[in-house]
Design a protein around this ligand. Structure first.
Ligand SMILES: [Fe+2]
Ligand SMILES: [Fe+2]
Length: 495
């Protein structure tokens, strides 16, 4: 069963079989249309019973509603295809968006049939727009907002100025979702969406000439709907993340908390690796900001990239301080095996701590298939034949820009420490050399980094590392202050 689930997951992954088939997107679109046409067709008949063809709507109007919804799905698909190709190419993300749209329609229709008197503003209509923003992107959130509002109108839950009101409310939902990527911003976003719901409902009621008392009641509904929206979005986010293998900035923020058990263990057992990982995180995050990649993913990936070193910290130079070097008594081939094992052990540790897939991928790809040069060179000094493949990491070359940034930050940080009499020019030369070696070795082939990105990364890393590792003037103790007094009998009191 687990095997079947893994194969299905692989097929749905970014470069899996389903992702490469355009029919998968067509199939998702048709499924959305078919599954949405059921709630769109349901209505109450004269006896108050739910039926497909009852009520006062003609079959032509029902078909027109379904066709309009179909056009909405096609329009949204085209926006994604031409303006957000990453989302469009990922069937997992498309499935998530389809699930959000369908659940919104089904839940709205079910509630409006069970409680015919229910008003649109008490329902958490912006929740789908908020979740799409949190889990995918603001553009997907806006599209989801348009789909939710149109669905509410097609169902008959909203009409006239109510449609405008909930559209404005959904817009605030997209904005409030961006707040949720900050720590402790739950109350802020709940307050914002509650106020937006209150204002939208109040003004919509007043614009239709409703009496003040019913406008105030409607405003209360909007305020409650706003809180419900944020609570639902916040509560369902982790489940959706797990179900669709998506990592949001909220989760990444939690991962970069130094109180995370795995980071604490790393700080305790491999303090040198911990401080190297923090510096690598600063570098990768800044570079990601500059080239427009995901800064928090780069930072989180960098924090955990070397967790595998927890198993045998003393075998890594940054943790040896002035202690013995255990490699001295071992063959270079055995040393290379121990060094390269930290990637596999890191992946295992990350999986056992349930770190997100994207972070596990960065751990697996941070050395790519690079050569462990030091031990390879040492091995070639002997007489025995040496196979280069035995001294290479058996990981995967970086498949994302964030993984490539971590790989380059990792090497740049390590090499900057070895520069003698470090000046900005020497550090930049060393960093540039690292990038050239990685490119020549084919490590960045699948990373989607452009040459312009690589140049920007060289500049960022060189500047940051020059500030961190430049040579300093010697530290002088302040000279002892001597007081000479004409009257030797006078001694100043020193407090
Ligand atoms: Fe490493
Ligand atoms: Fe590292």
């Amino acid at each position: 069963m687990a095997n079947l689930a893994e194969r299905l997951y692989d097929a749905l992954s970014e470069d899996g079989a389903v992702a490469n088939s355009k029919w998968s997107r067509v199939a998702i679109g048709i499924a959305v249309l078919v599954l949405a046409s059921i709630p769109l067709s349901l209505q109450l008949d004269s006896a108050g019973e739910v039926s497909l063809l009852g009520g006062d709507r003609s079959i032509y109007r029902m078909l027109a509603d379904i066709v309009i919804f179909g056009l909405l799905v096609i329009g949204a698909g085209l926006v994604l295809r031409w303006h957000e190709s990453r989302t469009y190419r990922s069937p997992r993300v498309l499935l998530l968006l389809a699930t959000l749209a369908l659940s919104t329609i089904w839940i709205m229709q079910a509630l409006s049939l069970w409680f015919p008197e229910i008003t649109a503003f008490i329902l958490p209509i912006p929740v789908a727009a908020m979740l799409a923003t949190l889990l995918v992107s603001a553009r997907s959130g806006l599209l989801m907002g348009v789909i939710s509002v149109n669905s509410a109108a097609l169902i008959g839950l909203a009409e006239g100025t109510t449609v405008v009101g909930i559209l404005v409310w959904s817009l605030f939902g997209v904005a409030a979702a961006s707040l949720m990527t900050q720590r402790h911003a739950l109350f802020k976003s709940a307050g914002m969406l509650s106020l937006a719901g209150l204002m939208a409902a109040l003004l919509q009621a007043l614009s239709t000439g409703a009496p003040l008392t019913s406008a105030i009641l409607s405003a209360g509904h909007g305020a409650i709907g706003g809180v419900l929206t944020v609570v639902l979005a916040y509560g369902s986010r982790p489940f959706l993340e797990k179900a669709f293998g998506i990592t949001t900035d909220v989760s990444l923020m939690e991962l970069t908390d130094p109180a995370h058990p795995l980071l604490r263990e790393l700080a305790l057992k491999a303090p040198g690796t911990y401080s190297h990982s923090m510096m690598t995180g600063n570098l990768a995050e800044t570079a990601a900001q500059v080239i427009g990649a995901r800064p928090l993913l780069a930072r989180a990936g960098a924090y955990y990239h070397d967790v595998g070193k927890i198993k045998r910290p003393d075998f890594f130079v940054e943790n040896q301080a002035s202690g013995p070097n255990p490699h001295e008594s071992r063959l270079p081939s055995l040393s290379a095996l121990i060094i390269t094992a930290h990637v596999r052990e890191g992946v295992e540790l990350a999986r056992s701590h349930r770190l997100p897939l994207e972070v596990v991928d960065i751990i697996q790809q941070h050395h790519g298939t690079s050569l462990v040069t030091y031990f390879y060179n040492k091995a070639t000094e002997g007489d025995a034949p040496v196979l280069e493949a035995d001294f290479r990491y058996d990981g995967q070359t970086p498949r994302s820009r964030e993984a490539a940034l971590v790989m380059l930050a990792d090497c740049a940080e390590a090499v900057a420490k070895t520069v003698k009499k470090p000046t900005p020019a020497r550090i930049e030369a060393a960093v540039r050399r690292v990038m050239e070696v990685k490119m020549a070795d084919g490590q960045l082939m699948d990373s989607q980094l452009t040459l312009a990105d690589v140049e920007a990364v060289v500049q960022v890393y060189s500047k940051m590392l020059s500030c961190a590792y430049h040579s300093r003037n010697d530290y002088y103790e302040p000279r002892a202050v001597r007081f000479e007094y004409a009257d030797k009998s006078f001694e100043p009191s020193r407090t």
